[in-house]
Ligand binder design. Sequence first.
Ligand code: F6R
Length: 626
Amino acid sequence: MCGIVGYVGYRDALGIVVDALRRMEYRGYDSAGVAILGGSGALAVERKAGRLANLEAELAESGNERFAGTTGMGHTRWATHGAPTDRNAHPHRDVTEKVAVVHNGIIENFAPLRKELEQAGVELRSDTDTEVAVHLVGLAYAAGPTAGDFVASALSVLRRLEGAFTLVFTHADHPGMIIAARRSTPLVVGVGVDEMFIASDVTAFIEHTREAVELGQDQAVVITANSYAVTDFDGNAVDGKTRPFTIDWDLAAAEKGGHDYFMLKEIEEQPAGVADTLIGHFTVDERGGRIVLDEQRLAEQELREFDKVFVVACGSSYHAGLLAKYAIEHWTRLPVEVELASEFRYRDPVLDRSTLVVAISQSGETADTLEAVRHAKDQKARVLAICNTNGAQIPRESDAVLYTRTGPEIGVASTKAFLAQVTANFLVGLALAQARGTKYPDEVAREFAELEAMPKLVARVLETGPQVRAIARELAHVPTVLFLGRHVGYPVALEGALKLKELAYMHAEGFAAGELKHGPIALIEDGLPVIVVMPSPKGRAVLHSKLLSNIREIQARGARTIVIAEEGDDTVRPFADDLIEIPSAPTLFQPLLSTVPLQIFAAEVAQARGYDVDKPRNLAKSVTVE
Ligand code: F6R
């Protein structure tokens, strides 16, 4: 939540900062702002409520001359404290107007700090928690033991802050230098030639450099055009504790590539995302085929001795977690509980050394999931992260990691990351099954081969796009859509409903079909669209026949049935007002196919209703506050 960027170099900082904000706007789009330091020591600030386009219009109107300079920073906001107005937009300045700050996260002790500032006669000009930080730095720089020392002043304030934050400070008397710091929220340094970047996310500077350094917890960095120096909040150098890495994708991955929206591009990238997530995870050795994880700090012995598994995640990642349960329990006979990360630690779950906690997060930053990981580790459980963001906080704090290699996901709604997470869950299940001996190596090899066949099938499901979009346009103005599924089709139904809610702002609910008669069937009325995910007729016959009965029941009560079923499943045809056919796949893997039409459906309904599918209202891509 909130995207921040800083630049020190030799080029026009404004252009670089605004471009970076455009790439990071998915992190928040309530307001945007920039601060540029001219060589003469002038600090030029502009900020505007609403989308980045509003700020750009304002900058164009006021003329860019004021913003000539080679040091600058910017912010795109998802509001926490204070409404999304001009006055609450970042950057904020101190009373001297020489120090500026941008912030991502929450300063939890802002209330006493605000009181302290008010008592010292400082007049605060916004409703944000952020503003206290800039005034405190201004005061520390003006007088006292750190007077005149910008770095020492900033560090002295960082030591006083509680909460989760990435903060970036500039000072008009110190052009050519930026100070940034992080606790729990992300911060990456981009190392260029005669220029340096800092940002929440590498997409901000991928155009200029692919060399990056990930900062650790409670670290600060001072960047100049030619250097970056990382310390702890006491100013001690932390050489060796940062993580330099080379970004292994390029600018094209962070651009729309001819699509109107990132989300549409990301839906199409799903076959590649599933395939890439599988690459390198299967080797043949003397014991036969074996699954390998990315960063494995769990001993084989531990994998054998776990007696239960918890999966924790939020939103779509939670739905991926619900699907993990079916595969892991089936393959390993280990009990699996799936829990919303936001609920997990508040109910005192039973965890110990023999518990494996699987934390699923596309961003690797989600505050609730991170706190769930920390809680699990406090209780001595072992944690395996499934993550799409190299080196993010959740994988850093976990004992083992499996990366979903689907490239940056920029559309706010999860699509390709979801499919890649589901794929990664299968790898975790197979790794556990092989370690525990509940599957022979040749069985693991067979499952893996079936998985490897899935990307081609996902590509075939994309061909249903025109049909799905036509149905979506017809239904674009109905008030409600229901989604039904059984077994693995149930989490798919939940995911379909979530996509429609978040993108089209339409009432949508997903149900386990067996629950219909326990209440939800009362919702069925003439013409109500119900999207049904049919299980494979080649899987358990009972599941298929039960769902068929459910479709009959709702059709008899007037529902319009839109059925996603396997090709050749003719039994369902008479009960489907619309039939969307997907290729046949093993039961557990079917969600990799059945989810795709639901993503396309939600995106099309949203577009037909005139909404921006990349930036749904009130949302942001990374939820770094609880
Ligand atoms: C929905 C969506 C969200 C995320 C959730 C978790 O389309 O994208 O529900 O799945 O916010 O985010 P991560 O996976 O980054 O922890």
